[in-house]
Design a protein around this ligand. Structure first.
Ligand SMILES: [Zn+2]
Length: 181
């Protein structure tokens, strides 16, 4: 497979200066590929995908859906999702994001699957999304600042979700649900 070269990196990865010493970065072959390297202290940029967690939240016999209030994809219905904080495990991030985005108390996480795909906001960026199932055991539904609406949809009436990671999560949840319930 052909991997992205430096010129193909997303805009946010087009670094020009060393983050440690502010020297102009140079292009050098290192570890088998052309990389951005600091000529002064050898700091080398190894670009990574963004890492996120999404959750199929079971609540009152249905699945919790949020309506997105910010770009990209403003207006779509989606599952709770968010980036991992540095040092946070995927499972911790899944529980935290689901709780922050829904107002509910979230428990019993179960890892379903993961997705690796380009970002909808920037196709030059890549995402790894960990997909979980969890159960809401308390709290009260409310919207956060990134969403305009929230609802609980019966499993047989779920809309087609736009993001591939969330379609993967729901498909895996349906298999899991049929197996363990
Ligand atoms: Zn440097």
């Amino acid at each position: 497979m052909l991997l992205p070269e430096i010129d193909d990196y997303p805009a946010r990865y087009q670094f020009r200066f060393c983050p440690l010493c502010a020297t102009s970065l140079e292009r050098r072959v290192g570890h088998g590929r052309m990389r951005l390297v600091c000529p002064k202290d050898n700091w080398t940029f190894f670009p990574n995908p963004n890492i996120a967690a999404t959750v199929v939240v079971e609540y009152q016999g249905g699945i919790v859906l949020l309506r997105r209030a910010i770009p990209p994809d403003k207006g779509i219905w989606h599952l709770p999702i968010g980036h991992l904080e540095f040092g946070e495990s995927p499972e911790q991030a899944a529980l935290r994001e689901a709780s922050e985005e829904t107002g509910l108390v979230i428990e019993d996480p179960f890892f379903l699957d993961f997705e690796h795909s380009p970002s909808y906001g920037d196709p030059a960026m890549f995402y790894i999304v960990f997909c979980y199932r969890a159960r809401a055991t308390g709290g009260a539904l409310r919207v956060d600042h990134e969403n305009s609406d929230i609802r609980v949809a019966p499993p047989e009436e779920l809309p087609e979700l736009k993001w591939t990671a969330q379609r993967r999560a729901l498909a895996a949840w349906q298999v899991w649900h049929a197996t363990y319930n």
